[in-house]
Design a protein around this ligand. Structure first.
Ligand code: ZN
Length: 86
């Protein structure tokens, strides 16, 4: 009884090997590290549930090398159509 076996902590169900997950890289330069950025969406008084204009920040990620924001994030935020600045 001098060698009790401890059960290693295991998480059932949600086991994700992050090293095997796809790494998102910048579409523009191939860089793999991103920095946090925010789009600011203006909710007009007409659209706002409070009846007042509101600024809503939307977090996105911006390439740490060239600043490009992944296209899918642009589309989700509705910015994609406006900013074709490459
Ligand atoms: Zn880049």
């Amino acid at each position: 009884m001098s060698h009790p076996k401890g059960m290693p902590p295991r998480q059932e169900g949600l086991q994700v090997d992050i090293s095997k997950a796809e790494t998102i890289v910048c579409e523009n330069c191939g860089n793999a590290s991103f920095i946090q950025a925010y789009f600011l969406k203006r909710i007009s008084a007409v659209m706002s549930p409070t009846g007042k204009e509101a600024i809503v920040p939307m977090q996105v990620f911006s390439c740490g090398n060239c600043g490009t924001i992944p296209q899918n994030m642009l589309e989700q935020s509705g910015v994609g159509q406006e900013s074709k600045i490459q």
